[in-house]
Each structure stands twice: as structure tokens, then as C-alpha cells.
Design a protein around this ligand. Structure first.
Ligand SMILES: Cc1cc2nc3c(=O)[nH]c(=O)nc-3n(C[C@H](O)[C@H](O)[C@H](O)COP(=O)(O)OP(=O)(O)OC[C@H]3O[C@@H](n4cnc5c(N)ncnc54)[C@H](O)[C@@H]3O)c2cc1C
Length: 327
């Protein structure tokens, strides 16, 4: 119980795993990776559709990989297998079902609070992503239909009449993916899917042309109501329509409460950090999507992990040298 870990990482997504593994490879041991879900990469498992193509240069962001982790284009499944293998081959303790609530700086270490207790670590890296708190519409969702209004594909069943809301890559991929087994419409307030990457633009155009996905473009939704246990969608400028399920894919926001409770300052909705990803609290870092204004990528998260590992090792070395010299 009195163990003080050298490094605690909050969130086992790509950035968290990269931070752990790169630190391990640089010689830091006694690392713990804390994940609130039942397995690593919970976001990818929940938000990517099965067999989804995974691009290394996601949304056209060309990223040269700096560190030791090799990553290339693949699928949802090959990406998860890749991280499984990486974790199996490096001595990093992964604690699942462990949601971190806040981090408190003590004299020479941090106390990381989880349900029913806490753990201690000299350095902490927060890599909790942005999708733990998906963006929600401005209007209220009636409680009686909350289970029919979702943000992940997890909840969708086959043969449902689904409305996907949004116009970015996630929305397009959801709509095209679901159209294989469902009756799908996509509602976007703009007239075109210009925010989606070129491949997704082609995919959605084909799905629309082949009448697999019905577009509702240039239209806003003003309210959701219940009708016989289903969702009645009230559109601005067109008649209401009833769906079995409505799936919002309109991005996510920084979990501000978590950052505030941990003493991390924010600027414009993002945690403040220096060029080494260290926050205003010395020894406390942020990495991955949480640092990005709008979507990051797996490769970017891997690079953040490598950069942070190098900085922590340097800082830890300086502390050791100072201690030895001070003796
Ligand atoms: C639909 C979709 C498709 C995408 N396709 C691609 C693609 O093809 N290529 C690509 O490079 N990128 C893609 N991305 C983006 C990519 O998935 C993200 O940039 C990447 O996953 C970010 O990694 P991360 O480690 O910062 O955060 P995340 O992957 O979000 O991981 C955060 C982890 O932290 C855990 N967590 C959250 N809060 C806590 C807490 N309080 N305590 C403990 N654990 C916590 C979560 O459960 C999760 O496992 C896509 C994103 C989406 C939504």
C-alpha cells in the first residue's frame, strides 16, 4: 500500500500506453497505467466501428513517429491487437476498472485518488482523451428516450432506423458503417461533408448515391420528443420524423472538472502545458487528445508519450544527481 510508483499514467489509450512503454524502454520501472474501463483503448473500442480502417496520418495530419513505437495504417482490430502485444511485451502494470477522480501534489510526490483509495507516484501523466465527455446538443433529451439517444456505436442494434447527427469523420463513418445493417439517415447543419477526410467524403457520397444513407443536409434539429418509446426528431424547416435511435457524433470536450480538481490550469478549453507537455504543476503532464483543440491522432499521442518519457527521465536523473551531490 505504501508503494510510491515512479510514474502513474491516467488513461490507457494510445498516448497513455506510449508514455508507459517509452518510459520503460528508457529505463524507468515501477510504472502504473490506470484505466477506468474494462480494458485498454476503451475509446477506440467504443467509438470505432468494427473493421474500421485506421489511418496513421488521420485527417491528413502527417506525423513522423519520433519514438520506439512503430505504428502504421490498419484496422480497429489490428490496432487493438498491436497495443495488446505492446503491453504484453513491456513490464507495465495495467489496472483496469480504475477511474481516477483527481490528483493532488504532496511534497515530493503525487496522490492519485481513485474510488475507495489512492495511489502515490513521483510523476503523473494525464492522457484521458476528450471522448469521456462527448459534446451534447443544446436542447434537452427527455429522460424516457435517453437510452435511445447515444454517442457510441455500442448501443446500436441491427435493423434499427437510425439518425446519425454530425458531419465530421466520425459521423460519416458511423452512417456508412451502420448502413450495412440498418436504415440510416444523416443530419448535418451544413450542406456538404467538407470537414470529413477525402476517403470518407467519397464513401458517404457513394452511400448516398446508392440510397444506403439518406442525407438531411443544411438542417438543424430543434428538439427531441418521445413517441411510443421511439425518438421523434423535430427539424427546423422540415416535418418531424420518428427514429428507433439517434446517434450524436459531434465531438467531445476537455473534462474541465478533472483538470480543475487536479490544479491544472486551462486556456481556451485545453490544459496549459509547456513544450515538454508539463503543466503548471511541476511533475504533472498532459498528453494525447486532451491537449488538442480539435481531434488529435494515434500517431500524435505516441509522439507525446515519447517526448514526455524523455523529459521525465531527464528530470528524474537530475533529482538523483542532486541528491547524491547533496549527501
Ligand atoms: C470515430 C473516430 C475515428 C478515428 N479514427 C482515427 C484514425 O483512423 N487514425 C488516427 O490516428 N486517429 C483516429 N481517431 C483519433 C484517435 O482515436 C485519437 O486521437 C486517439 O485515440 C487519442 O488517444 P488518447 O490516448 O489521447 O485518448 P483516448 O484514446 O481517448 O484514450 C483515453 C483513455 O483514458 C481513459 N480514461 C478517461 N478518463 C479516465 C479517468 N478519469 N481515469 C482513468 N481512465 C480514464 C478512457 O477510458 C480511454 O481508454 C479517431 C477518433 C474517432 C472518435
Amino acid at each position: 500500500m505504501d508503494t510510491i510508483y515512479n510514474l502513474a499514467i491516467i488513461g490507457a489509450g494510445p498516448a497513455g500506453i506510449a508514455t508507459a512503454v517509452e518510459s520503460y524502454l528508457l529505463g524507468l520501472h515501477n510504472i502504473i497505467l490506470l484505466e477506468k474501463d474494462q480494458n485498454h483503448n476503451a475509446m477506440i473500442r467504443k467509438y470505432y466501428k468494427d473493421k474500421k480502417r485506421v489511418d496513421k496520418d488521420w485527417k491528413g495530419q502527417q506525423v513522423e513517429l519520433d519514438g520506439n513505437m512503430f505504428f502504421m495504417d490498419g484496422t480497429k482490430e489490428s490496432t487493438i491487437d498491436y497495443f495488446d502485444e505492446i503491453l504484453a511485451n513491456h513490464s507495465v502494470t495495467l489496472e483496469t476498472h480504475t477511474e481516477v477522480q483527481k490528483i493532488v501534489k504532496k511534497d515530493d510526490h503525487f496522490e492519485v485518488f481513485i474510488a475507495g483509495g489512492s495511489i502515490k507516484a513521483y510523476y503523473v501523466v494525464v492522457t484521458i482523451g476528450r471522448m469521456g465527455k462527448p459534446n451534447k446538443p443544446d436542447y434537452k433529451i427527455p429522460p424516457s428516450i435517453r437510452k435511445k439517444v447515444n454517442h457510441t456505436l455500442y448501443d446500436c442494434n441491427e435493423d434499427e432506423k437510425v439518425l446519425v447527427v454530425g458531419g465530421g469523420d466520425s459521423a460519416v463513418e458511423y452512417a456508412v458503417g451502420l448502413s450495412e445493417r440498418n436504415t440510416v439517415s444523416i443530419c448535418y447543419r451544413r450542406e456538404t461533408f467538407h470537414r470529413a477526410n477525402p476517403t470518407n467524403q467519397v464513401n458517404i457520397a457513394n452511400a448516398i448515391e446508392n440510397e444506403k444513407v439518406r442525407p438531411i443536409l443544411g438542417v438543424d434539429i430543434t428538439a427531441l420528443e418521445e413517441e411510443d418509446g421511439k425518438v421523434r426528431v423535430i427539424f427546423d424547416g422540415m416535418p418531424p420524423e420518428v427514429f428507433d435511435r439517434v446517434l450524436y457524433a459531434i465531438g467531445g470536450t476537455t473534462p474541465s472538472a478533472f483538470l480543475e480538481n487536479s490544479g491544472i490550469l486551462e486556456d481556451g478549453g485545453r490544459p496549459m502545458h509547456d513544450e515538454n507537455y508539463e503543466t503548471n504543476v511541476e511533475g504533472l503532464y498532459v498528453a494525447g487528445d486532451i491537449t488538442q483543440e480539435s481531434g488529435g491522432s494515434i500517431a500524435l499521442g505516441l509522439n507525446h508519450g515519447f517526448a514526455i518519457a524523455g523529459h521525465i527521465l531527464k528530470a528524474a536523473h537530475e533529482v538523483t544527481v542532486n541528491c547524491i551531490e547533496g549527501e
